[in-house]
Design a protein around this ligand. Structure first.
Ligand code: F6R
Length: 366
């Protein structure tokens, strides 16, 4: 059932071109210029006119929510807040009738997320579920939703569910923004095409497999790792750090690259690997200076970059090169090398990558 792969995690990482394709299939029609999502269509006025959108999730799903915050604000011009379910539910949050809440969950059973939604629902919010497991508790308490269709995820660390969440959330934002008139037609059409091209770019990124396996050997003995990114790639830095911690037990922190100088820069010396998620986007020049700041302190720089980025290639100790994509869909591709890096460092350290210690696939206790 592992299809010849040594672990479910690796199998699921490699399934992503297919799972993303399945997620887009039947929804995205580039020629017609349409996105078909019944759950969104049925609530379109409500979502379009929402004063704000709240996103509630935990862990990796929360990281997908952070990417969605940037995407929704850009394309729909609706303010978005992303909440840890556990913090939201215990603090007597302000929920108004008519608020739209997007719940993101692979399992659909995460206790903190479920309870947070139940209380928000009582207060009159509309719950929109982005869930992988069909018929799960969160799917059932949602008023509407869109499944991620990634298939069963067995590895405890979430990989293919995450990219499917990003694909669904991006489609929702595109559809709402288009209906609302906050995206111009050319950009809308361009982004539909960009989304359609994601599966093949993910396949190309997976060709980094052997290169990343070698990098894992080189860096496996580091005590700590720092992951940095800006803009749409900032949540991917958080996700890269989370994957590495849970799979290899190496201490890792993710930060917005510019925030580094407000504290974490104190950690930098010649023993610290710093992973930059630095694909070509509107933040590129800024992140180049952040890389310089690390190099000036002798940190080791590993960078996920786009093709033909000689500038960063010259500065970094090691690079992981992925195909260029519009910054809005880039996270779907830039996360791939980080998943592989966590996997191979875990393997190099002899860890049980499919079942990391102390973790459960679905956290049904609070
Ligand atoms: C990390 C991971 C967890 C889950 C979190 C939420 O790899 O798998 O952080 O993302 O427990 O789970 P779901 O999405 O099932 O609500």
């Amino acid at each position: 059932e592992k299809d010849g792969y040594d672990h479910f995690m690796l199998k699921e990482i490699f399934e992503q071109p297919h799972t993303i394709f399945d997620c887009l299939r039947g929804r995205l029609d580039v020629n017609a210029g349409t996105i078909t999502m019944a759950g969104v269509q049925n609530h379109i006025d409500q979502i379009k006119n929402a004063n704000r959108i709240l996103i509630i999730a935990c862990g990796t799903s929360w990281h997908a929510g952070l990417v969605a915050e940037y995407v929704f604000e850009e394309l729909c011009r609706i303010p978005v807040e992303v909440e840890y379910a556990s913090e939201f539910r215990y603090r007597n949050p302000i929920v108004n009738k008519g608020d739209v809440i997007i719940a993101i969950s692979q399992s659909g059973e995460t206790a903190d997320t479920l309870v947070a939604l139940e209380s928000a629902k009582e207060k009159g919010a509309t719950i929109f579920g982005v869930v992988n497991v069909v018929g799960s508790s969160i799917a059932r308490i949602s008023h509407a939703g869109a499944y991620t269709h990634a298939g069963p995820e067995i590895g405890v660390a979430s990989t293919k569910a995450f990219t499917a969440q990003l694909a669904v959330l991006t489609m929702i934002a595109l559809k709402v923004g288009h209906e609302k008139g906050t995206i111009d037609e050319t950009r809308y059409r361009k982004l539909l095409k960009e989304l359609e091209e994601v599966p093949e770019k993910v396949s190309a990124a997976l060709k980094l497999n052997d290169h990343i396996k070698a990098l894992a050997e080189k860096y496996k003995d580091a005590r700590d790792f720092l992951f940095l990114g800006r803009g749409y790639n900032f949540p991917i830095a958080l996700e890269g750090a989370l994957k590495l911690k849970e799979i290899s037990y190496i201490h890792a922190e993710g930060y917005p690259a510019a925030e580094m100088k407000h504290g974490p820069i104190a950690l930098v010396d010649e023993t610290l690997p710093v992973v930059f998620v630095a694909t070509k986007d509107s933040y590129h020049e800024k992140i180049v200076s952040n890389i310089q700041e690390i190099k000036a302190r002798k940190g080791k720089v590993l960078a996920v970059i786009s093709e033909n980025d000689e500038i960063i290639e010259k500065m970094a100790d090691d690079v992981m090169i992925v195909p260029f994509a519009d910054e809005l869909v880039a996270p779907l591709i830039s996360v791939i090398p980080l998943q592989l890096l966590a996997y191979y460092i875990g393997i190099a350290k002899g860890c049980d990558v499919d079942k990391p210690r102390n973790l459960a696939k679905s956290v049904t206790v609070e």
